[in-house]
Design a protein around this ligand. Structure first.
Ligand code: SF4
Length: 363
């Protein structure tokens, strides 16, 4: 019988696990603190548990972590880790230090089943969803690596689900992991500091606010269906007239009002003054923050980044229309850790690269 990995269990799930073992709910409190506050993975070291319980846990449970396969630092302090999950699969996690924040960008799937045209993860195809423990492990390991190797005493303060994968297509595991991240017995991150990003999986947006109270970001990237159909093919299934009402329904149900709209700046594709005005019309009267993201080219992408002047002109139109707008600083470009550059190692079950090459649009 395979052992239960306790790393990814929320408080409720861990209490249910201990109830099955005939133990009281407070055991969950003790074990969560050992694992997430103290970084202890060995039951034998959990000294406030009885010896017999520790032995029983050894038999039925474990706290197992992926291995660190690769660790690379950027000149700007950004750090990229590749975590090996199993044979054929690894995912990338990126640490972005700022003056007052330590942000971790986590992956939620091995590869991605979506096919956003400007994203290098999409070229890797898709293998499988990450389990909750594999998502939480990225934060656990980052804290451990930061404490012992990078910046003594530094802990992750913000987590964004913007690495490899579409988080809302791995709904249950992502929600369970997010519950661990916001729990005071684990990482105690406020709901404003945990952001789940989606390309627009409408049915899951409707379920998210009920499942866990965290922030939402949307990979919008276009002001109309014609451009978005091209850049984010999921739009053909959930076009803007379906997506926007779902986002409007999300805000009042969650305690977080502002939704972040991510908009990658692609030269000649979505960056004209007309596009900016159309975007302002689309988002008018909504509580939004717009994040303009400089495109990070990768081989064969077929796109170029908008010029600095163009990005600022675009941003000025949004600001003039009352939209809170920022231009994201590109971080970790020299180690391919920037937005849309994460690839990991994916044993592609979707054979996407071969299909793209047959269609002559591959890398
Ligand atoms: S941008 Fe996100 S959702 Fe789209 S293909 Fe890349 S990883 Fe998947």
């Amino acid at each position: 019988m395979s052992k239960v990995n306790l790393l990814g269990l929320s408080r409720e799930s861990l209490e249910a696990f201990f109830a099955e073992q005939g133990e009281k709910a407070f055991r969950a409190t003790q074990v969560m603190k050992w694992i997430h506050h103290r970084g202890v993975t060995d039951f034998a070291a959990m000294t406030d548990l009885s010896k017999s319980l520790r032995e029983r846990l050894e038999a039925v449970a474990e706290v197992r972590l992926p291995t660190v396969e690769f660790d690379q630092a950027s000149a700007d302090g950004t750090r990229k880790w590749v975590f090996r999950l199993d044979s054929g699969n690894s995912v990338e996690t990126v640490y972005i230090p700022e003056e007052k924040r330590a942000t971790l960008c986590v992956s939620s799937q091995v590869g991605c089943s979506l096919t956003c045209r400007f994203c290098s993860t999409a070229r890797q195809g898709f293998n499988r969803n990450l389990r909750a423990e594999e998502i939480v492990a990225q934060v656990f390991l980052a804290n451990r690596l930061l404490e012992h190797e990078v910046v003594p005493g530094r802990k992750i303060t913000n987590v964004v689900f913007m690495g490899m994968g579409e988080p809302l297509l791995n709904f249950d595991a992502v929600v369970e992991a997010a519950r661990v991240l916001v729990d005071d017995l684990a990482y105690g991150l406020s709901k404003r500091r945990v952001t789940i990003s989606t390309a627009g999986v409408v049915p899951a947006i409707d379920r998210l606010a009920e499942a866990v109270d965290v922030s939402l970001a949307v990979s919008l990237h276009a002001p109309n269906n014609a451009v978005r159909d091209e850049l984010v093919p999921l739009n053909r299934k959930y076009p803007l007239e379906v997506l926007m009402p779902a986002l409007d329904r999300f805000s009042p149900r969650s305690s977080i009002e502002t939704i972040t709209y991510e908009y990658v700046m692609l030269e000649g594709v979505n960056d004209s003054d007309d596009h900016a005005r159309e975007l302002a019309d689309l988002l008018r009267d909504r509580p939004v923050k717009v994040n303009l993201i400089p495109f990070n080219p990768f081989p064969g992408s077929g796109y170029a980044c908008s010029s600095n002047n163009r990005m600022h002109a675009f941003g000025r139109i949004l600001l003039a229309n009352g939209l809170c707008t920022t231009i994201r600083k590109t971080r970790g470009e020299d180690i391919s850790a920037a937005c849309g550059q994460l690839v990991g190692e994916v044993e592609d079950r979707s054979r996407r690269e071969q299909r793209l090459q047959r269609m002559n649009i591959g890398a």
